[in-house]
Every structure is written in C-alpha cells, then in structure tokens.
Ligand binder design. Structure first.
Ligand code: GP9
Ligand code: MN
Length: 653
C-alpha cells in the first residue's frame, strides 16, 4: 500500500485529539476558574493542550496498526484520569497536583473521608468522550473510513512541524503574558494557565528530578551565602518581655483550619468563638498574622513554626526532605532542659510526621495509639478535640517539666463533620455547604480550647505554662468566595482574599494582661518570638523570622505564593493594593520589595534542597543515625520512659 500522508483523512489521530483537546479546554474554563482577560490569553488557552497531546498521539501512531485503537483509548483514559484528579484536588485546595504530593500515599488514603464530598455523580461526564470515541472508531473502521497504518517517522514530519510551530507560538505568547513564567514555579495557577495542565505535569516532573540534585553539589559556602543574605540573624530584643516566661512549659495548640475572621464575630447573634474572644482580652493577640503554608498544609505550618524557614512551593517538605538536618525548636528546647513532644489523635505517619519529627528532635510523639479512641468520641477525621484535650492533659501529668508540647487539633477539618450533640451554634445559610458547616466546628474547637484551659487549671499545670495558639492555615478556600462574601457583607476581591489568609496567633501568659498587637507578621516569626519570651538566645542560627515584640521588627510578611503584605500595601498576583482603600494603587509602592521576596524564598528553598543545615557546625542529636534508621524511627515507649527518667534526674540535679 502506498504510504500516503493522511493528515486530512479521518483517523484515530484526529478523533483522540479532538475529544481530549475539547475536554481539556472546557475543563480549564469551567473547573479551574481560568479567567480570560484578553485575546492573547484566549489563544493560549486554546493552544496549550495541543502540542503535548499531538506528540503523544503521533508516538502511538508508530505502534502496530492492530493495537493503535487500543493504545489510543488507553491514552485517552489516562489523560482523563490526570485531568479529573486535578479537578477533584482543585475543588478542595484551589491548586494542582504535584509529583511530591503523589508520594504522600498515607495522606491520600486518609483523605478518604473528605473525598466523597468532592466527587459528584455527574463527574462521569469527564469520561463519556472515551466511550463516544471508541464507538465512533469502531463504526468508521467497519465502514472502511478510518485510515490506520504503522507510521514511519518520515510520514509524521508534517505533524512534528505543526507541533513545533504550535509550541513556539504558545511559549512566545505565554512569555508576553507572564515573563519569567518558568522560574516563578510557586505560582502553579499561572503555569497551568499558560502551559496547560499536561505540560505543567511534565514540567513538574522535571522540577522534581532537578530538585534532587542540589544536595549532592552543596557545601558550606551555600550556607554562608544564605547567612550573608539574612545578615545579622539574631532576633532583636525587647527588654520588657525578654525571658518573661523563662522555664515555663510551652503548650502549643495548632488550631486546625482556624482563620482570623471568626474572632469577635457573631453568627445569628451568637459568638462563634466565645472562649477565644475572652482569651484574646487577656493575652498577646496578633491580629495581623498570616499563615504562610502551601501544599503541605498542617505540616507546612509545623515546619514554619519549628524552623522559621519557608516550606516548599510544591509538595510537602515533610515528605520530600524529611531526612535533612534541621536545627528545630524542639532540639533547641531539649538543649535548654525541656522535654518535648507532639500530640495528635491521628496516624503517626500522616504527613510523614513520624520521620520528620526525628530530625526536629522531639523526644516523643503521642499518636492515636496513645489515645483511647472509640466510636462515640470520634467524628470526621478521628478523635474529637474535647476528648483529645482531656486525654492530652492526662499525658502531660506524666511528663517531666518544663515541657514543650504541641497539641494538633483535628475536628475543625474539612469537610467539617460534627455530631448533633456537639453543635453549639447553627450552621450558616449560603450556597456553600462547606462554609455553612465550618462555623459549628469552629465553635466546637473553641469549646475544646476552653476545656484545655479548665483541665490545666484543675491539674495545677496552668500557672507554670504559657499557651500558644495559632491557626495552621485557611479552612475555606477561594472556591467559596461567593458564600464568604455573603457572610462578610462585601465582595471577596483578591485583596480581601489575601486578608482572609490571616489566622489567629495568641500567646497567653498566666498572670499577664497581654495586649492586641497589630503588626503584620507570620508563622515564620513564631519561633524567635517564643524563644525571646523564654529568654533563650540561639547562636549562629539560620532563620527568616524575627521577634514580633521587638521595636526593630519590620512589618513585611511574604506568603509562600510570592504575594506579600506590609503595613501599607498588599501585593497579590502582581497587583499592588493599598491597604487603606483596598483598591489597586501605584506599582511603585510594591516595586522595592519584589526582589527581596524572590530572593528570600529562593534562599530558604536552597537550604532545604541543598540540606545546608548539615554544614552549620552543630552536632545535631541525630547525626549518628544513618539514613536507613531514620526511615522508621520514632522513639518507642521504653526508650521514652528511660529518657524521661534521665531528664527528670537531670532537671532535679
Ligand atoms: C492530619 C491533620 C490535617 O494529621 O494534621 O492535615 P491537613 O489536611 O490540615 O494538612
Ligand atoms: Mn491543617
């Protein structure tokens, strides 16, 4: 048979390409909220799925002709699965999947309880085209319409020429729209908008591979360079408060999904957080405090608080760099005579905590095996917060003092399920079921924190402790902006959306009045702020945060997506907003900060990618442990008992 080129004839090439392309464009517009602002962006949207889809399909055309239909349908299915997985993930996180996320097997499995609310029956439509394509090919093949043969490279040259031309157009247009597109990798929304979801995944795969290499090539000079950038990295001192909480127990409460907008707010005339509202009156309450987390959510907040470094833009540093050296808060506190533990009524392996905690230096990790969990005292993701608090205080009674513990709450987690008996307030009434359910679970968490305080007082632990409460990240994503606007009584503009990234940060020191501190700050500042109160100075540390209490503290907080906030402006997706008006203002006002933002995030990444803290000249307590040991080790119960005894003796002498 003469090998004619069949670009124009009905072929499975065109069928597969047409359906996949159409679906990708429709999904882009309807599911990923990709907004089209000009003609250029419209052309990019139409173009960007084509080159990569064509490339794969031409590859399949070179297979045996009898297998081609099969391969084509398998490819259509795989591409649809990629697309659909992103849709489901996007519904919850308004973000796209990255490769490191896929390795978080445990988390994905545990997310099961949320998944059912994210999957809709009509999602079957995402796969319907595969069936239609299969039927069409079958029919047309029978009628002798479809041209199929094993293509040689030569036959495909016109296709390749088209692929190259389309790629050049796509990249050039994208470059006009978004210079430095590929270097600003923390902005996934823009990457997907310009490259399309499939090429984004390819690029992400490249990033993943490339991020593994720096560790091998890193040396001391890398750390020196970062330290030079940070400059004098000792947090500034504020003499009135320095050491005010010296020797006290430190009880951190990681308040799941707690955003600041609920504080001092009512719903149907009832306070949403009555206990916290009282508490902020007698505590240091930072009401301009931002979470700085990315895809690693809760674990990112822990990373920030313990290290005063930024988490990664993609994936979770708890997974990708859990065997790095860190000089984390628990390690510092251990050196200062503290016993340290994290407590959580969930699996130890969630977020790979049981591995990462070794590097942070926690003496112990209380997980769901250490709690009495029954059907009655569980909801949603596990142990209810009130029961968790009660049982955690019991555990604290056995701990050597001073201790640092972190209580990781769970009930106020998406999808915000709650038993009827635990509903202290009614749901909100809007088109977002998620937001409606959020308020009663926040109210429930508030109650659990009240129980914590009561129990600490009853057990005599309160006076010797400081209690530090922080929201770990947002609970209501931008998918619910309309409903959120209804609650707030204003449109949720990008400016408002950024302000919604504020989470409460409360430091309660028994016996002190406290005050409201309205300085722009973030989770990166928690460690130096707390160490300052404890009167612990750390030599030679590499951190990006500062003591918020200090007079020299600079109000400049960088979010992990490259947006930033100062006392006067808010920079969101390349638009500079005035805080005073909430409206866009002169770019010049934001300009001076732009380089610093990029540099700071890049230097922080460098520390993680290059594992640079192994060069800080410290003998980290896990230095002798070889990597294979690190994989599985959390201190077991016997070790912990011995260690507790040793610590108690040490502290007594
Ligand atoms: C799971 C809990 C929730 O252990 O910390 O994690 P999140 O989904 O919020 O990151
Ligand atoms: Mn969380």
């Amino acid at each position: 048979m003469k090998k004619e080129n069949n670009l124009k004839k009905p072929s499975i090439f065109w069928i597969a390409l047409f359906f996949l392309w159409l679906k990708t464009v429709i999904v882009g517009v309807t599911q990923f909220n990709i907004t089209i602002e000009n003609m250029n962006q419209f052309i990019i949207l139409i173009l960007n799925p084509l080159p990569i889809l064509m490339l794969v399909i031409t590859f399949l055309l070179r297979r045996k002709e009898s297998r081609q239909t099969y391969y084509m349908l398998v490819f259509m299915t795989l591409a649809s699965i990629v697309l659909y997985s992103n849709v489901v993930y996007y519904r919850e996180f308004t973000d796209f999947i990255t490769i490191p996320l896929l390795f978080m097997g445990n988390n994905m499995a545990d997310l099961g309880s949320s998944i059912h609310t994210l999957v809709k029956w009509y999602d079957i439509l995402f796969f319907v085209d595969i069936v239609i394509a299969g039927v069409l090919i079958h029919k047309w093949e029978k009628a002798g319409k479809v041209v199929k043969y094993k293509h040689r490279f030569k036959d495909l040259r016109p296709y390749y020429a088209v692929i190259i031309i389309l790629t050049i157009i796509n990249v050039s247009l994208a470059n006009v729209e978004r210079p430095q597109l590929l270097t600003r990798t923390f902005d996934r929304e823009l990457l997907v908008k310009n490259l399309g979801v499939y090429s984004f995944h390819l690029y992400d795969a490249y990033l993943h591979t490339a991020s593994q290499a720096p560790r091998v090539f890193a040396n001391e000079s890398g750390l020196e360079e970062v330290n030079e950038f940070i400059g004098e990295n000792q947090p500034s001192i504020e003499k009135d408060l320095y050491g005010i909480a010296e020797g006290k127990n430190v009880i951190f409460v990681a308040a799941e999904s707690l955003q600041d907008f609920v504080i001092n707010e009512t719903l149907n005339g009832e306070e949403i957080t009555p206990f916290l509202n009282e508490l902020v009156e007698e505590s240091y309450y930072f009401d301009q405090f931002y979470h700085q987390t990315a895809q690693g959510k809760s674990s990112d907040s822990e990373f920030l608080i313990n290290n005063s470094l930024y988490p990664l833009a993609r994936g979770g540093v708890f997974f990708s760099h859990a065997t790095n050296e860190y000089y984390a808060l628990p390690e510092i506190l251990n050196e200062n005579g503290y016993y340290t533990a994290s407590m959580h009524g969930n699996n130890g392996s969630f977020w790979n905590r049981n591995v990462m905690y070794n590097q942070f230096g926690y003496d112990d990790f209380y997980t769901k095996d250490d709690y009495e969990i029954t059907e009655e005292n569980s909801v949603g993701w596990g142990l209810k917060d009130i029961d968790f608090m009660e049982q955690s205080v019991e555990h604290m009674l056995d701990m050597p003092q001073p201790f640092e513990v972190k209580l990781i709450t769970l009930t106020n987690h998406f999808p915000f399920d709650l038993d009827e008996e635990d509903m202290y307030i009614d749901r909100f009434d809007s088109n977002s079921n998620t937001l409606n359910k959020y308020f009663p679970t926040v109210r429930y968490m508030d109650e659990s924190i009240k129980v914590l305080f009561e129990r600490l007082k009853e057990e005599g632990l309160y006076e010797d402790s400081i209690i530090v409460i922080y929201g770990d990240h947002d609970g209501i994503s931008s998918n619910h902006n309309r409903a959120m606007g209804q609650f707030l009584g204003e449109d949720v503009t990008p400016f408002v959306e950024t302000q919604l990234q504020q989470v409460p940060f409360i430091i309660h020191i028994p016996g002190m009045e406290g005050e409201k501190i309205s300085k722009v700050s973030g989770q990166i500042d928690v460690r130096p702020t707390i160490l300052h109160l404890l009167g612990i100075e750390v030599e030679n540390q590499t951190i990006f945060g500062d003591n918020i209490f200090s007079e020299d503290y600079e109000e400049f907080t960088i979010l992990r997506n490259g947006n930033f906030i100062t006392d006067e402006i808010v920079y969101v997706n390349e638009v500079c907003y005035s805080k005073e008006t909430g409206e866009p203002t002169d770019d010049e006002k934001c300009e001076p900060y732009l380089d610093r933002v990029h540099e700071e995030l890049e230097y922080s990444d460098k520390i993680i990618y290059g594992d640079l803290l192994r060069f800080d000249g410290r003998n980290h307590n896990n230095e002798d442990t070889d990597e294979s040991d690190n994989e599985s080790e959390t201190p077991d119960a016997n070790d912990v008992d011995t260690m507790k005894e040793e610590l108690q003796e040490e502290n007594a002498s």
